[in-house]
Ligand binder design. Structure first.
Ligand code: FEO
Ligand code: CA
Ligand code: CA
Ligand code: CA
Length: 565
């Protein structure tokens, strides 16, 4: 149907070369254009919110598309197409007056930064000039660092998550550093809280404990929130960071629904959340923890589910597992239980990294997105890179010498690991694995840093990150790496999106993004004729050609209008 050619060549497109410019490139016969940029209006009143000189005003900052787009998913709601999309972080030097040098000087400036991050839910519709955001749709919504949410699951109500503002430990403000995404089988959005640690700082004495050290919490907050808002001040609210770092569920069909933080899925620097329906009926969610030498996890619901049944409790009652990869290409999922970890159930969910260390999971080269093949029981995780592999332990002191799925010291290129669950059951404990690809540079190296056999001078890349399958079982790979095109990255050009064939191993370059940008986030229109692709932190003055660089979601389609997703 789609990205796989019918007969003959593997791919239904002619692979493109590298680029080093400030433009988006797609194959011959395909087109692309910007759908929505940072600062574009979601409601008519914000039509003029953005200016090339000043960016967005604080008054309009929660009525526009946020900055630094990341994971996204598309939903069909009452016949309409709705995209939920993350804004992972802000560039303070772009958003704040030049005199502030990127450090907020007022509470209003902090509010501006808070509002331009989080999640956007927006209706889109296809018109004569392609897809556009439907301004003023009742489904449009901004969710920010101040939006009220519910804390659910076993950690809710525990002493570890109580604060002055929330003595019950059940109501939290904000979802932060929303990186990758997920889509539940019942049609809700999962937003994944990654580097939440960076939003907290201490104006006075820093609380002590391994739980802060392991998550990198301490020092000064990256946006100085703590100077203007006590909630972010660790010396005043030591438990506030325990309320972030979760998978948060959002109902895109109701703009008034309260988002729910699902503590049963663990607390770490979540990349994405890939949900699959296991052969035995359980709900399984695969999740990466993107930090050097951290772990790959999965959650398995206690109850089974069938299409059409209520989803209540499925993400609140279950078991977390960490992956252990053996040298003989087998592996097992180790359950994070009180017996196995020596921690109580709440501690396991609050300090999940420490639980994974306690049971001896396999330290990984920064697990980013997980994607599961829709045509067979098979999972893939992008291990983006790890300059510390074989150099120093992780923040928990775990050994990070080379191991079978992370076989290269000071790994600057990354790899994609693939596993097949025993009995094709994603809920089971055993699997076999291999490396789908080791990225590398065969024009610079003639050893393992050249990459695996499916990497060549014509398709090479570094730092795989985002991943998603199209319905035809092809793996789309997005990169977030070194785009200097120099030294060991010579010949790799700007960040890119490639398509991989799981069966043959072949990989072909489909898209390149402007220099400075990474490509992250991918979903398709309901009819699969249009892909929505995220371009984060572009350089130059893309896409306007003047003024500030603006992260954006672009659409990509075939000139003949055929489906390709
Ligand atoms: Fe936000 Fe690990 O990427
Ligand atoms: Ca990423
Ligand atoms: Ca990134
Ligand atoms: Ca990355």
């Amino acid at each position: 149907t789609a990205s796989r050619a019918a007969g003959g060549a593997t791919f239904a497109f002619d692979p493109i070369g590298i680029a080093t410019d400030h433009a988006v490139h797609v194959p011959a016969g395909y087109r692309s254009q910007v759908l929505v940029r940072w600062g574009d209006a979601l409601w008519s009143e914000a039509e003029d919110a953005y200016s090339a000189e000043d960016g967005v005003s604080v008054e309009m900052s929660d009525k526009v598309f946020g900055e630094n787009t990341d994971g996204m998913e598309l939903f069909e709601i009452d016949g309409r197409e709705v995209i939920a999309v993350n804004s992972e972080y802000v560039n303070p030097k772009i958003n704040l007056p030049a005199a502030s040098d990127g450090v907020p000087q007022t509470a209003d400036e902090v509010t501006l930064l808070k509002n331009l991050q989080g999640v956007t839910v927006m209706e889109i519709a296809k018109g004569e000039s392609g897809y556009a955001v439907v301004k003023d749709s009742p489904l449009n919504r901004r969710i920010t660092h101040e939006t009220e949410m519910t804390l659910a699951g076993p950690l809710a109500g525990h002493d570890l998550v109580k604060t002055k503002a929330d003595p019950e430990g059940r109501t939290v403000k904000g979802t932060m550093n929303n990186c990758g995404s997920g889509k539940t089988l019942w049609g809700t959005y999962l937003t994944c809280e990654e580097n939440f640690n960076g939003y907290f700082g201490a104006t006075g004495e820093m609380p002590e404990g391994e739980g802060y050290i392991r998550y990198g919490i301490g020092g000064a907050g990256r946006y100085a929130y703590e100077k203007f808002d006590e909630r972010y001040d660790l010396s005043k609210e030591p438990n506030e960071p325990h309320r972030h770092g979760f998978i948060t569920e959002i109902n895109p069909a109701d703009a008034t629904a309260t988002p729910v933080k699902r503590t049963a899925l663990g607390r770490f620097k979540h990349e994405n959340a890939e949900m699959v329906h296991a052969a035995d009926g359980h709900i399984v969610v695969y999740m990466g923890d993107d930090e050097r030498g951290e772990y790959l996890y999965k959650y398995v619901s206690a109850n089974t589910w069938a299409e059409g049944e209520a989803s209540d409790g499925l993400l609140d009652d279950g078991t977390l597992y960490v992956a252990k990869f053996n040298d003989d290409m087998t592996g097992e999922w180790l359950a994070l239980t009180p017996e196995a970890t020596g921690m109580d159930a709440a501690e396991i969910l609050c300090f999940t990294r420490m639980a994974a260390s306690a049971v001896g999971g396999t330290t990984m080269d920064r697990p980013e997105w997980v994607a599961c093949n829709p045509l067979k029981a098979e999972g893939y995780c992008a291990l983006t890179n790890n300059k510390n592999r074989g150099v120093k332990p992780n923040a928990g002191g775990d050994d990070t010498s080379v191991n079978a799925p992370n076989p290269r010291e000071t790994n600057n290129y990354g790899q994609i690991v693939r596993w097949t669950p025993a009995d094709d059951n994603h809920a089971g404990d055993a699997f076999t694995w291999d490396l789908y690809v080791m990225a590398g540079n065969p024009t610079v190296y003639n050893n393992t840093y050249a990459g695996s056999e499916n990497v060549n001078a014509g398709n090479m890349f570094n730092s795989p990150d985002g991943m998603a399958f199209s319905s035809d079982g092809m793996l789309w790979i997005q990169t977030d790496g070194d785009d200097s095109n120099e030294g060991e990255f010579a010949g790799q050009g700007n960040n890119q999106m490639l398509v991989g064939d799981p069966e043959s191993g072949e990989i072909a370059r489909f898209m390149t993004v402007p220099n400075g940008a990474e490509v992250t986030g991918l979903c398709w229109s309901l009819d699969k004729t249009v892909a929505f692709v995220g371009v984060q932190h572009p350089g130059g003055a893309w896409p306007d050609g003047n003024g500030k660089p603006r992260s954006a979601v672009v659409t990509v389609w075939r000139e003949d209008g055929a489906a390709f997703g």
